[in-house]
Design a binder for this molecule. Sequence first.
Ligand code: HBI
Ligand code: FE
Length: 291
Amino acid sequence: MPEIREDFHSDFSIEQNWQDYSEEEHAIWRLLFERQQRLLVGRACDEFLDGLGALGVAADGIPDFRRLSEVLDAATGWRIVAVPGLVPDDVFFAYLARRCFPSTCFIRRRDQLDYLQEPDIFHDICGHVPLLMNPVFADYMQAYGEGGLKASGLGHLQHLARLYWYTVEFGLIATEEGLRIYGSGILSSAGESVYCLEDPRPNRIRFDLRRVMRTRYRIDDFQQTYFVIEAFQQLFDATRPDFEPIYREIAALPDIEPDTLIGSDRKLDRASWDPLTIGKKMGRRLSAAQV
Ligand code: HBI
Ligand code: FE
């Protein structure tokens, strides 16, 4: 693994130096990619799988950001910028606001295959970037960046970080084929890709912006609550209003622990996950063939 260099520019960008990756690093990429590819068919949402395919990200080895950025730019105007690791929130938001996704370029070690706390290149490229090929999600991510710059000015960063956490990182979407994953933190995790859909323990609650902004989250284990959207447009629409009145409204309300349910929650139970009922329950018209 290349050491995380300190020679970054003022915006924390570095060169990926794709030619410097070792055979061992490409081999770890192949391991991770092949395992997730088997797991995600039937679990990841179509928009993610379509984006992954269109990007041409392959099992054969760590991709070159320059090539990925060309494909991404042509599709939705986004580009990938290599950074050494987590960057300060305001730097992160400024990147998203100008359609640049800051991606780490180191890869985890073999003894970290199942978990590492901070993002590595597999999480960023195989978790986040494929959905940036989807125009609506790409617009949401830019709107999120713009909102983040504003929130940091208003001292409401934690509320926006929760929105990011429970959507971009750990979001689920209801489809006519059943519940599917779009959150990158799940898509790059073998264990959570199964747990989030099939384990009876976590709460699965229909998305509500204020509820999400009030809900704390854990970064060291699988989530205890997942929020479910009905379409990416719902996410984009939720980030259009001016957040200031919403911040004022929730500032007066207590935070909610990640394992807690409150009265107004619209909880999904197992019966509502199969294709036929989820279509009706979510008020969506199933095509004739599916009824
Ligand atoms: N930096 N490189 C990187 N990647 C992230 O996902 C990231 C970050 N900095 C801050 C951050 N995420 C979160 O605090 C967001 O909620 C802003
Ligand atoms: Fe992430």
